[in-house]
Ligand binder design. Structure first.
Ligand code: SF4
Length: 197
């Protein structure tokens, strides 16, 4: 049964989680942001070092890019009544050749379903990047991330797949102009609907 009290209790459990401590170079520090009236969820990868330090989700260049895609400023983005920010891994997972390691695989199976149970007004889950899409779309994913994002209408209204908004996505957007022309307007429409506008 969803209630503010049940959600606070659950968030306290998440914040005390140490399940994969031995794999986390900077130790556990779950970074997420969830309110019981959230309309949209953002499921990204895992915090980088900057977000680990600040404790604020998407407090980096990728976050600026994501906010531009959504058409919202920092203040609106931080509204827990609008956005639930629930990455695939809540703690910084360390480095691997070429960048950050993937989100810890223990995290989403342990927490996501329990958190989403507490969000009865959720309309759409934004699946940001390959890990979120693999977990939530499973076999209904297309062969590539580009093809999955291009087929975004197949997954609405529950899911909307997006690329990860890193610097690489800027090059990707140039090669795939349909993203700006078709996907971003649909994304902003979901935001407007969620705001009741
Ligand atoms: S990544 Fe997830 S499962 Fe691992 S310690 Fe952090 S909250 Fe717990």
């Amino acid at each position: 049964m969803a209630s503010k009290r049940a959600l606070s209790k659950l968030l306290a459990e998440v914040r005390a989680c140490e399940v994969c401590r031995e794999h986390l170079p900077l130790g556990p520090r779950p970074v997420l942001s969830v309110g019981s009236s959230a309309r949209l969820a953002i499921v990204g990868q895992a915090p980088g070092t900057r977000v680990h330090e600040s404790g604020t989700p998407w407090d980096d260049d990728s976050g600026d890019h994501l906010r531009a895609w959504l058409g919202v400023d920092r203040e609106l983005f931080s509204s827990v009544d609008l956005f639930a920010i629930v990455p695939m891994g809540f703690c910084y997972p360390g480095k691997r050749a070429g960048g950050d390691a993937p989100p810890r695989p223990e995290c989403a199976p342990l927490w996501h379903a329990r958190l989403f149970e507490q969000l009865p007004q959720l309309s759409t889950v934004l699946l940001v990047g390959q890990y979120a899409q693999a977990y939530y779309l499973g076999k209904s994913r297309k062969k590539t991330l580009t093809a999955t994002v291009r087929a975004f209408e197949d997954y609405l209204p529950r899911y909307l797949p997006l690329p990860h908004p890193s610097w690489r996505s800027r090059i990707w957007m140039k090669k795939n102009p349909w993203f700006e022309a078709e996907v971003l307007p649909a994304l902003r429409e979901r935001v407007q609907l969620a705001r009741g506008l």
